[in-house]
Ligand binder design. Sequence first.
Ligand code: ADP
Ligand code: MG
Length: 525
Amino acid sequence: MHDMLKPFFDGSYEPHGYCLLWNPGLIWTHVVSDLLIAAAYFSIPLALVSLIRRRKDLEFSWIFMLFAVFILACGMTHILSVWNLWHGDYGIEAVVKAITAAASIPTAIILWPLIPRLLALPSPSQLQTANENLAVMVAERDDALDRVREEAAQRQHAEDALVQAKKIEALGQLTGGIAHDFNNLLQAIAGNLELIAGRAGTPDPDKIARWSGNALQAVDRGRRLTGQLLTFSRSQRIEARVIDAAALVGAMDPLLRQSVGPAIDLRITADPGTCPVETDATQLELAVLNLAVNARDAMPDGGTVDIAVERGVAMVAIRVTDHGTGMTPDVAERALEPFFTTKGPGSGTGLGLSMAYGVAQAAGGDLVIDSMVGRGTTVTIHLPLTGQLPAANATATLSTVTSQPVPVPARKMILLVDDDEVVRTAIEDMLCNAGHQVTAVPGGEAALAAFKDREYDLVLLDFAMPGMNGAQLAGHLLEQRPTQRIVFVSGYSDSAAIDAALNGKAEILAKPVDSQLLLDTVAAA
Ligand code: ADP
Ligand code: MG
């Protein structure tokens, strides 16, 4: 076998040129053609490999590799054809041809089944169509987005309109509720005054005291009502100070007991000196009072109401718990809305909880309702705990007894300026009855004239007056006598304007003014 194959490799056979009779034309045609073919066959695999390396995502790249090997082998056979024109190494040529055959057969076989898969690849025109479809989809999506935006804008518009409608509805409720309540109060005041007027000739001090007491009580209720309303008005003068919530609630004990009535067993748990918070004391008292009244209203047959003031890590909680009717989920959801009430006209204004919520919010806290129908309700006001301890002991402003024994006041000279004759004469009479000397004038010009004539211990000023308003008049008076003590007797809603005009230094008594407070102020002048 070895002896048989040997001549194929040792060059013992004649070179191929012999077959061509060493005809130069034929030989060189073969040489040039074979070399050109070989050069082309060597360049094609290089091109394929560079393509594969640059297009990493090329599908079926292995078939390109196979093709490259096959073509490379073909190139080699042509080189050997040239060599064997002059040499007889047919064995080597046979080996190279065998390798070429080995590479060509699988390439040829594999290529056929691959054709459907290659056809399945998108053609450039298909890609173009797909791109166009995509562009159409994108445009449709953009249109849809525009429509969504338009719808959102319409919904916003509808929501705005709804809010507006709700405001109007609330306003209607408010006006109705207030008119009703005030009519009742006016009725009470007028009725009692008529009774007093009927008895003017006959001295009957007991009855007159009772009737005027009734009338004053009605005025007091009206004052409380406007106080609640004004919590919603920005012009309300809120005086946030650091106070002790526990002491404040503790001091409200008599007021709360009187408000909830004898059928309610009221239990107050508060440890004074432990709960400093920063808020308006009067507002917080009103809020607690509202919660207590709500608890009472929820228990028409009486029961226990617990009021607890607790100090937490960062918050103080004021909890008012009853075991009354509780609230359904829809009531609980709406309970904080201003003017929302389930109580009949005249008995509910719907301002209690919303006012308490407003107080909590203004102090950076919150109000939480926890209620179950038939089981009862806990309403909790959370207020942020402040670092400092209260500067002075918190005094309950609503519940302080106003008729404290005061020393007989010294006679004071007072200039009273108010354009409303009824108010002016009422205040003038009250001050004269207390022994003071009053010069009462209806406006700025008259006041300036009266001010030139003599000195006054105190000037009492209304704010809203035709011509010169109270703040302007105060400015003129202070120009003449910078140390003159001036107190405004004015509606709450003017306080912001007065503060603005007098740099917040003005002293203001809110109308309707409590007579004792007015006399105390005068006495202090
Ligand atoms: P008002 O007491 O004038 O109705 P509020 O704002 O104080 O107004 O309360 C709103 C509503 O919330 C009440 O009408 C009532 O339905 C409900 N509510 C408030 N507190 C309680 C409570 N403790 N138990 C049951 N329901 C309550
Ligand atoms: Mg209430």
